[in-house]
Design a protein around this ligand. Structure first.
Ligand SMILES: Nc1ncnc2c1ncn2[C@@H]1O[C@H](COP(=O)(O)OP(=O)(O)OP(=O)(O)O)[C@@H](O)[C@H]1O
Ligand SMILES: [Mg+2]
Ligand SMILES: [Zn+2]
Length: 403
């Protein structure tokens, strides 16, 4: 039994069970159960729609052209064979190649470290290369968007990360009863003492350490998981407590706050809108980041950058962002990448997923094999150019995809 998003694996299955139709609150139903060979059109399952070709990720009509680039000379990290590589700016570059071919060595160990050194003055750790060349001045920074949990605290969640919670707290502090009680916005925070439940320190759960087993999480008996003190939960905004707001999904909250007038309400919608744009409309505003999947955490970070008002041109690096994503989510993710590029940023992705590779403006294909037999650039160029490259494994698969 395999839990999988990958098209090739799904097609190779004898039997599939599809759950959906959407995510979170809008999922949980059995959408299809049966043989892969018997799939029919007009299914309400996204998986079936993609497998029958009814829905698909389109190959872009044209590839973005580029002139500017940042080059790396003499990269020798791990298995890299003293290679010179150009990373184009203001486009979407995908670095491909079999496992162990040297993608992470090139992009993370060399390129990212070199850029961190240049933009932030970080130590060059142990990056092995000669020099960095090209239009490095056209970009102002680099961000590595990984799948680690957002925020360091177990109390961090999507709205705190996107700074929308500050506005929500202001809204509550402005209610007549809150003013009467002298409750400041800080009183509605679960990070500091005041309005939070002190029994669980605003977490809603108590961690019980078990000597020989994994720790267990129990609901806090004092606040019953609501995270705030009873006095704070008496303050209502349009009939809702701060707990009720945190229990809303992003979609629900956008609907709720959009229907209201007021500058703070508008700000809240603006801050959380990017979450919907990256396909996270189904997550709860207050869902602890530790319970988000790797892909979800990564998209919350992406949403943060999409929502930033004044941004300097930045190089965004993603290592396998489609891990754990369905075809349907990949489509949304690609739109978010386009939005970053439209804002003047540069996107560099390490990826095995053919749907993403076929949508690249530029491909850097590493290999030809893994380990010692890898570490070379096998070919580079547009997907159409790489598809013509006989030596490239990626090229062969691309040829199929681009037909
Ligand atoms: N710290 C290290 N020390 C020694 N060898 C390493 C180190 N990190 C990676 N390698 C080796 O260098 C080669 C390239 O590894 P790299 O992680 O760059 O591959 P990759 O293309 O990113 O693969 P994957 O798709 O599996 O992530 C591999 O043979 C790997 O075993
Ligand atoms: Mg890697
Ligand atoms: Zn509590």
């Amino acid at each position: 039994m395999v839990v999988e998003h990958d098209e090739e694996i799904i097609r190779a299955a004898d039997y599939i069970i599809d759950i959906g139709p959407k995510a979170g609150r809008l999922g949980g139903e059995l959408m299809y159960q049966g043989n892969v060979s018997e799939l029919k059109k007009n299914s309400s399952s996204y998986t079936v729609k993609y497998l029958t070709g009814e829905e698909q990720i389109e190959v872009p009509q044209s590839r973005r052209k580029w002139n500017n680039f940042i080059g790396v000379k003499g990269a020798r990290q791990n298995n890299l064979k003293n290679i010179d590589v150009k990373f184009p700016l203001h486009v979407m570059t995908v670095v491909t190649g079999v496992s162990g071919s040297g993608k992470s060595s090139l992009v993370n160990d060399v390129f990212f470290n070199a850029l961190q050194h240049h933009y932030k003055g970080n130590a060059l750790e142990r990056a092995e290369f000669n020099s960095i060349t090209g239009d490095i001045k056209l970009m102002k920074g680099v961000e590595y968007v990984d799948q680690n949990p957002i925020g360091r605290s177990s109390r961090s969640n999507p709205v705190t990360y996107l700074k929308a919670f500050d506005e929500i707290r202001k809204l509550f502090a402005a209610q007549p009863l809150a003013k009467q009680m002298d409750f400041t916005p800080a009183y509605f925070s679960f990070n500091v003492e005041g309005g939070r439940c002190e029994e669980c320190k605003g977490e809603g759960t108590i961690t019980v350490e078990m000597q020989f087993m994994a720790d267990i999480q129990l609901e806090c008996e004092s606040c019953h998981g609501k995270r705030f003190s009873p006095e704070v939960l008496e303050i209502e905004y349009r009939g809702l407590t701060i707990y009720d707001i945190l229990e809303m999904t992003v979609d629900q909250a956008i609907e709720f706050f959009s229907s209201l007038k007021g500058a703070t309400e508008k700000k809240i919608v603006k801050r959380i809108q990017p979450l919907q744009d990256v396909g996270l409309g189904y997550i709860k505003l207050g869902q602890a980041s530790s319970t988000l999947s790797g892909g979800e955490n990564q998209r919350v970070k992406l949403a943060y950058y999409l929502g930033e008002e004044k941004t300097q041109p930045t190089i965004f690096i993603f290592d396998e962002p489609t891990t754990g994503l369905h075809f349907h989510d990949i489509k949304t993710l690609l739109k978010a990448f386009d939005a970053l590029i439209e804002r003047g940023h540069t996107v560099i992705i390490i990826e095995h997923n053919m749907e993403v590779i076929k949508c690249a403006d530029h491909i850097i294909d590493m290999g030809p094999e893994g380990g010692k037999a890898g570490g070379y650039v096998v070919c580079e160029g547009t997907p159409e150019q790489v598809a013509q490259c006989e030596k490239s494994h990626t090229g062969r698969f691309l040829k199929e995809k681009l037909r």
